[in-house]
Design a protein around this ligand. Sequence first.
Ligand code: AMP
Ligand code: MN
Ligand code: MN
Length: 359
Amino acid sequence: MTDPSGGPAGGAGVTATPVDSGPAEADWAAAVAAVGQLPPDGRVLLICHVNPDGDALGSMLGFGLGLRRLGVRRLQATFPGPPEVPESFRELPGTDLLVPATRAYPDPDLVICFDAASGSRLGELVDRLETAGAALVLDHHASNTRFGGINLVDPHAAATSVVAEELLTRLGVPLDAAIAECLYVALTTDTGSFRFEATTPAVHRLAARLLATGIRPGDISRRIFDTRPFGAVRLFGEVLCRARLEPAAAAGRGLVWTYATLDDLARHDQRPYVLEALIDSVRCTAEADVSCVVKQTRPDEWAVSMRSKGAVDVSAVAVALGGGGHRFAAGFTGRGTVDEVVGRIRAELDGAVIGGDQG
Ligand code: AMP
Ligand code: MN
Ligand code: MN
């Protein structure tokens, strides 16, 4: 769930056009105009990335509540795939905006995408980029392919919610507690609760503005990060027990990895999203720079989460294997057996050591 890169730092192997600086004034102006020029009954569709995390949902719902305050009435928020919101996010303000992807406006006047680095992260909703009157992208991945007509992409932003808050300010929407709670969840998710490198003074100043609305950080953090069903606690125990340490991998920087199957989930009666937090228990292994959790999504398909402590650019590994992400937090979809998937990771790791021999 948490993403130790915090602020994507770009780097070797990142796809498409790396963006070094934040949005230009002209981009902000175009975004403000796109919202301001909506017809009176304009339909706005908000989309965040597949398997949404705290930043995806929090930035989307916080921005949606801001649009509602501006008087936008025909407003939907959605994400691709099954319309299941992870338990920990079900009490987020603004979830009443959510509709299943199958019910999303087919041709909205404006589509706004959150925390997605490329159109492929929008799954079956990617066609809205074509059918919508205008497409606005809010994101912070260095690898963002700038797939919107208007792109507010800031690779130095700790979370997409940082970009969302700035756009709300420029639209003249004041923060209220509901908006702030959504943006706070997004900010704490992507900074690992203010632990990762991207935790700048500006991040703390934003957190201060959000807290000043009266939201309760203790309650929010407990719900988002420190609550899981007992079945998930036992499932984590089992999956952590089978973790393997490979000190020689990644040219000696070390790899620790584990996997969870659909059968593991079924035995403990757990939903797949509970596994998102597992990487945080694996990545603390002192003897490995790189950590990896391989999660079965279908008999032959695995969602892979990778983290690095700084010696390895895991986004390079992910991109080479068809995925993406940030330098120190990345992922991809793997096919075949667990051993085949991990074998492919192992093979890419030596070449992804930062400052190492890329040959
Ligand atoms: P996760 O391990 O799921 O928390 O993902 C870490 C980062 O990797 C996220 O910020 C995503 O940007 C990226 N990511 C994960 N899975 C994929 C994928 N299948 N394709 C592209 N990017 C991904
Ligand atoms: Mn995300
Ligand atoms: Mn993010």
